[in-house]
Each structure stands twice: as structure tokens, then as C-alpha cells.
Design a protein around this ligand. Sequence first.
Ligand SMILES: NC(=O)c1ccc[n+]([C@@H]2O[C@H](COP(=O)([O-])OP(=O)(O)OC[C@H]3O[C@@H](n4cnc5c(N)ncnc54)[C@H](OP(=O)(O)O)[C@@H]3O)[C@@H](O)[C@H]2O)c1
Length: 291
Amino acid sequence: VTWKPAAQVPGCDLRVKHLTQQKEVLLDSFLFKVSRPRLVQVSHHVENGPAGFPGLFIVLLLEQFKVETRTIAVDFGKTDIYRKIEAGLTGLEIGVLVNNVGVSYPYPEYYLHIPDLEHFITNTINVNMTSVCQMTRLVLPRMVDRSKGVILNISSASGMYPVPLLTVYSATKAFVDFFSRGLQEEYRRQGIIIQSVLPFFVVTKMTRIRKPTLDKPTPERYVAAELNTVGLQSQTNGYFPHAIMGWVTTRLVPSSIVIFLGARMNRLQRTGYLQRRKLREQKNGASLKNE
Ligand SMILES: NC(=O)c1ccc[n+]([C@@H]2O[C@H](COP(=O)([O-])OP(=O)(O)OC[C@H]3O[C@@H](n4cnc5c(N)ncnc54)[C@H](OP(=O)(O)O)[C@@H]3O)[C@@H](O)[C@H]2O)c1
């Protein structure tokens, strides 16, 4: 597999890194069939063209770029979607599967205080865990037949140790990490690359961090670094500063301290969030009264 520079689609957190000549790349619900020269054009277009591509319904202009794009709109919070996805994948040779879809907490919270806990549990488990197993079930058999294929499973540094007040998220990400590493050993000899990716903070919609820093990179910077590890590491933090953070928090500092500090950080964040929410509600209440 020869990796070429990545194409990035701003506004929808979609990254395509292409292999050689004619290949399909599957990223959650996006399918691309592109030739390399066309990919360069697409990359140029999306980097310089209009921002704000709708997340699930990207239509890269077939006429203009001769790029075949297939979209399958599904809610990964549900479990009855995989027949539809399977039907949508018929006839495609998938070279790369990126299990990227994921949800976290609206804010750090104690388990019993999570808003709409029953739905939260089902949704988080289905989106973060079931999707990884089921998408792999659909795509891996053909990869095995062809003795090649790459599956990137986006876990999280939160899966490296328990993160209190994000406990359910953290546990689902530990699952993704274990699933990936176990499966890599099962299918390594058949030419399949399965990678567990464990990022720390990245500037995305999920984290609501706006300003990138060295330890909180933009998705573009993170992905560019991460893709260089594919085929070299089966478990990776994907980005050098994150690798250092991973080493410090797993090898240098005892896990009890990491868990304690994680809880403290999240308690502070929770307090800040709840205070801001209260202020907002008071402000809204006051303006309603004035009206
Ligand atoms: N950002 C970080 O710091 C960080 C760190 C560690 C790991 N991660 C992991 O990285 C992955 C990508 O997250 P991100 O940071 O890029 O967050 P994001 O911007 O919120 O992206 C999550 C993606 O999942 C999709 N999604 C969520 N629920 C869905 C559902 N029920 N059905 C279909 N699609 C759904 C979202 O679609 P919509 O846009 O339509 O909502 C979005 O495209 C996740 O697995 C996350 O856990 C992120």
C-alpha cells in the first residue's frame, strides 16, 4: 500500500487519504471511488471551494470531477441500519474503512445525573461500539478474500484508562481499543491492517475547543500525522505530542493518580458548565420577564 497526501474536506470532518490508482475509501457513510489525479482536483476544490458541505450528504460533483460518491444516510444510534448499509455497499471493493463515528457527553457528569440516561446509554453504546463491530462485519470478509485492506478504528486516549465523569464514553473507547488490537492479531497474517487510534484532544465539534495549540491540533494536522503511522503501529496516539502524553500517563504516572486528576479536571469542567448554564437560564428568564 502506497499512501499519498491526504485530501481534506472542511466542514464535515472527512479525510481521505488515497492509495494508488482506482480504489474505494469508506469513511463512516461516505464512499469515494476516485483515481489519483482526480483526487488531487477534488482535494483542491474542497480546500479552496465553498465551505460547509452538509455532513451526511456530500455530493462531490460527478460531472465536474468524475468522482463517484455514494452516500448512505443512517443513524448509528440505531441497530436496524446494517441491512441498509450492506445493500448500499453491494458491488464495491472497500480498501479502507474508517470507523470514526462517535459521541461523547454533552458535559462531564456523574453517571446517575446524565440527562436522559436511558437513551444516552443505548445511543453511546450503539454509536461508539456496535457501529465498529457491525461495519467491520460487513467490510472485512471481502478484504480477507483479497488479502488486503485497512481498518482504522478511532478510539480515544480516554480509552487508555478510566476517565471519571466521562465514564461511559471512556469505557466504550476502551472497548474499541481492545476490539481493534484483538482483531489485528486475528487477521494480521491475512494481510489486513487494523489500527486502534487513541487521540487526546483535537479541535472538533465534539470538544468545542476553538483555538488549536501544539497539544490540541486541528483535525487536519492530527490526521496528517496519524496517517503516517498506518502499517507501522497497530495501536497509536497518532500525533507526536499525544504520544508523549500517552507515554507519561500510562508509563510514568501511576494509573490511580491519572484517574484522580482526570476526575478533578472533569469536576471543574462540570462546575463551569453548570454555572454558565444557570447564568444563561437566568438571563433568558429575565429577558422573558421584561418582554
Ligand atoms: N475530538 C477529540 O478530541 C477526540 C479525541 C479522541 C477521540 N475522538 C474520537 O474521534 C471520532 C471523531 O470525533 P470528532 O472529534 O471529529 O467529533 P465530531 O465532530 O462530533 O464527529 C463525530 C461524527 O460522528 C457523527 N455521528 C455522531 N452520532 C451519529 C449518529 N447517531 N449517526 C450518524 N453519525 C453520527 C457526527 O455526525 P454529525 O456531524 O452529523 O453530527 C460526526 O460526523 C469520535 O469517534 C471521537 O470519539 C475525538
